[in-house]
Ligand binder design. Structure first.
Ligand code: R1P
Ligand code: URA
Length: 291
């Protein structure tokens, strides 16, 4: 059945509402970044840029790096924005926008987040890179979709809920595995690995105490000491769980690589975040050119 114009919203030129691009502007390989300014920091390395768009905090550049076509797009901060960007990217790939109907042939996207993050382990230093084998969603987004339990990992979730004594007043944490093929492609002896925890905020939800006390105050210690088999929580940020969850439900591949700008255990912050991010961008582009 064709979608109503209130559900699948198009701009007057036929582009999709927030991302503001048309299907032909979207490459199969998509790099997401939180910071809109990071889009140009990625595309400055491209051989050519064929299309640029912007609306609100969502900026996108499509071009090639060493001949590999890719779209880099900013999401802004948080899983609420991920809901918008992932839904629209999938619609661009898999819905005939004019007819408002799902296409017969599925188009699979590879989605790689190049982000920044805080380490939750003492041995993951600032200015290193972390790849999330799994996303741990403390944000609740995935529960708004029917069938999301199929991509979750209840054994890890239950162990986590018990270990941290998770409050029933908050959404149930969910765990989704990232793409194993992208993990193999992007991993090296230069990358750390672990579960990437995704919070619904930067301060209280990540245990930062300015004037309001986080609840629980020791959330970071509880996360740091959690392990399940070989898995431990490596880092904290604000998008990965929703990217992994939505991408998996939609049938896409997704992985996050994050530059560690803070170490929450040591209380340290990077002295030059931009240098670290720029190095990680080149690292990721070199690997992704081989996809
Ligand atoms: C918070 O400072 C923001 O930085 C991290 C968090 O996930 C959050 O979006 O990622 P980005 O640098 O990709 O935005
Ligand atoms: N981004 C986050 O969300 N948390 C940090 O500590 C650093 C970057």
């Amino acid at each position: 059945m064709s979608k109503a114009s209130s559900e699948l919203i198009l701009n007057p030129d036929g582009s999709i509402y927030h991302c503001n691009i048309k299907p032909e502007h979207l490459a199969d390989l998509v790099i997401t970044v939180g910071d809109p300014n990071r889009v140009a920091r990625v595309s400055q390395h491209f051989d050519t840029i064929e299309h640029k768009a912007s609306k609100r905090e969502i900026i996108s550049h499509t071009g090639t790096y060493k001949g590999k076509r890719m779209t880099v797009i900013s999401t802004g901060m948080g899983t609420d924005n991920i809901d918008i960007v992932l839904s629209e990217l999938d619609a661009l790939a898999n819905i005939d926008l004019q007819r408002g109907e799902e296409k017969e042939e599925f188009r699979k996207l590879s989605i790689v987040r190049i982000g920044t993050s805080g380490a939750l382990q003492e041995d993951i230093p600032v200015d290193s890179y972390v790849i999330g084998s799994h996303g741990l969603g403390l944000d609740g987004l995935l529960h708004y979709y029917v069938g999301s339990e199929k991509v979750m990992n209840p054994a890890i979730e239950d162990a986590f809920i018990q270990h941290v004594d998770w409050s029933p007043n908050k959404a149930r944490p969910y765990v989704v595995e990232g793409s194993t093929s992208l993990f193999d492609l992007l991993s090296s002896d230069q990358t750390h690995h672990g579960i990437t925890a995704t919070a619904c905020g930067f301060y209280g939800p990540q245990g930062r105490y300015l004037r309001l006390e986080p609840n629980p105050a020791d959330i970071n210690e509880r996360l740091t000491t959690f392990s399940h088999g070989d898995f431990r929580i490596s880092n904290f940020e604000m998008e990965t769980s929703a990217i992994y969850g939505l991408a998996k439900m939609m049938g896409h591949e997704a992985l996050s690589i994050n530059a560690i700008v803070a170490n929450r255990i040591r209380g340290e912050f990077s002295k030059d975040t931009y240098a670290t991010i720029d190095q990680m961008i080149v690292y990721a582009l070199e690997k992704l050119a081989k996809l």
